[in-house]
Design a protein around this ligand. Structure first.
Ligand code: FAD
Length: 484
């Protein structure tokens, strides 16, 4: 079926931008007044050069449902197709007579490769292809050092971002979309099997998360009302709800970082300026991570600092398993790993502690941790995950120095003072008092037995001695060749 040339449909290809508000590609297509065909393509490798993790696949399922309902709400539809982007979009173009394809840019290496070659191919065949920004506060190419190169250090990156005046104003969601004369067929979301069957290991996710654009805006509203006040000081305490919990929504683009940024404007009348500033700086860490990934596409697979290529990893499978299952005998580590398993997330402070423990106490390659997080986090994000793991490992750009080895006991005592976070996720320690909640292995027998704990039976003994593990890690680090 061919429509009149000036009224040929525009395909809007949704990717990590599963929203109607502040969606530049969709807004521009809507403004053209031509029929819009919104499509999501389930690509075989859609997370950069790595596959979609299981936890985020759960999220994606629900998010696509939400997007489809939102599009229906404005008289349109979401068409689902699977396969490589060029085959899926090629078929859709042939079926619908579309002459334009719009999308919002993505910045992971294989996404960029797919998009560039597709743009070239479609343009060659006479289609109009337009790409827009919307996944980041700033395009990774737009902030440059004085010498014209990419930033390697966060603070000057932040200064440049701040000096640029912040991201553009968000654009409104379209109130309606023109429809094609005939809708192309859509695949069934259920047939993609993105959610687990039996056993349903994601059952706990929906107790804390509502994927979708509406859920994202609810989280933002809660945070602005209750969380941002005191953010700078309290964001490090995992038992408190003083962070936004927006990361999975941002990761799949249900809310744009620009919308979040602009929502904090005008808050300083009632919120300390340092809280607002600190929150914006965290949003900027995400941009910095993408900036690194864009300019150094091997960020998830290669040490940024090649000096670490010689690191003598031990990679003991049993120890990795104990870490992943939350059975290390260090309560704050176990609580974090079990929160990850139960809710598909983990508080930022605890992410740093468990990552340090894996890399430095267990001498397991950071890439194994990066992979585990990618599979189990609902907010798995190609830029932030890779950059953060390299940051903890000490091998990354502007990384934490290797010798900053987190002590899991003192970190627990400092940031989970009463042990509330540990008790939530490690119920077998629930009756242990605050004095020993982070060091059960030092508790007197009577204290343990009063709390119903038998170490080595109901809760593990530590799988390594932190003091010795720290010394071993430092020796390994000192054995590395000096920086050239
Ligand atoms: P808030 O404190 O409310 O921050 C607001 C937003 O800023 C977040 O939603 C997020 O988009 C961004 N942000 C905050 N902190 C960081 C940071 N350190 N780096 C980059 N962006 C940040 N974040 C991810 O989104 N995806 C990941 O896959 C991911 N993997 C990580 C792995 C490790 C080992 C570590 C230490 C951190 C990782 N982070 C990752 C960063 C951080 O832990 C999460 O962004 C944060 O916990 C999300 O919670 P929030 O939304 O409540 O954050």
């Amino acid at each position: 079926m061919m429509t009149k040339p000036h009224n040929n449909p525009i395909i809007v290809w949704f990717r990590r931008d599963l929203r109607l508000k502040d969606n530049a590609a969709l807004a521009c297509a809507a403004e053209c007044g031509r029929p819009v065909i919104a499509v999501y393509v389930h690509e075989p490798s859609e997370m950069g050069n790595r596959s979609l993790g299981a936890a985020q696949a759960w999220w994606l399922h629900h998010s696509l449902k939400g997007l489809a309902a939102a599009l229906e709400g404005i008289g349109s539809r979401l068409v689902l197709r699977s396969g490589s982007a060029d085959a899926a979009l090629g078929a859709l173009i042939a079926e619908t007579g579309a002459t334009s394809v719009f999308w919002n840019r993505r910045y992971d290496p294989s996404g960029i490769a797919v998009d560039s070659s597709l743009k070239e191919e479609l343009t060659r065949t006479g289609l109009t292809v337009r790409s827009f920004s919307g996944q980041l506060l700033h395009e990774p190419t737009c902030l440059k050092t004085g010498a014209g190169g990419p930033y390697r250090v966060y603070t000057p990156f932040w200064r440049a971002l701040e000096a640029s005046g912040g991201p553009p104003e968000p654009v409104a969601a379209p109130s309606s979309l023109a429809t094609p004369e005939r809708w192309p067929l859509s695949e069934s979301l259920e047939n993609w099997h993105l959610v687990p069957g039996k056993p349903n290991w994601a059952a706990g996710f929906s107790t804390v998360w509502t994927p979708g654009e509406a859920g994202a805006h609810d989280k933002l509203a809660r945070f602005l009302a209750e969380g941002i006040d005191g953010y700078k000081a309290k964001r490090d305490y995992p038992a408190l709800r003083h962070t936004s919990e927006l990361s999975p929504h941002i990761a799949l683009g249900e809310i744009s970082p620009a919308s979040v940024w602009h929502a904090t404007r005008g808050l300083t009348e009632r919120i300390a300026a340092e809280d607002v500033l600190h929150f914006r700086k965290e949003l900027a860490w995400r941009d910095f991570s993408y900036h690194l990934l864009f300019h150094f596409p091997d960020l998830a697979t290669k040490n940024w600092n090649a000096r670490f290529d010689a690191f003598p990893w031990e990679n003991t499978p049993e120890l990795f398993e104990r870490w992943a299952r939350g059975q290390t005998g260090y309560p704050i580590v176990d609580a974090g790993m079990r929160q990850l398993w139960r809710h598909g997330t983990m508080h930022n402070r605890v992410r740093m502690i468990v990552a340090s423990f894996l890399i430095k106490d267990l001498m397991i390659d950071w890439r194994k941790g990066e992979r585990w997080f990618r599979d189990t986090l609902v907010d798995a994000d190609p830029g932030s995950n890779a950059a953060s793991w390299q940051w903890v490992a000490g091998s990354g750009a502007d990384a934490s120095p290797f010798f900053r080895i987190f002590n899991p006991v003192s970190q627990g005592e400092k940031f989970d003072i009463n042990g509330d976070y540990v008790r939530t996720f490690v119920p077998e320690l629930a009756r242990l008092g605050s004095a020993f909640i982070h060091r059960p292995f030092e508790a007197p027998k009577a204290t343990l037995s009063a709390a119903g704990i038998v170490l080595g039976e109901t809760y593990p003994l530590p799988i390594v001695d932190h003091g010795k593990a720290r010394a071993r890690a430092m020796l390994a680090y000192q054995s590395l060749p000096r920086a050239g």
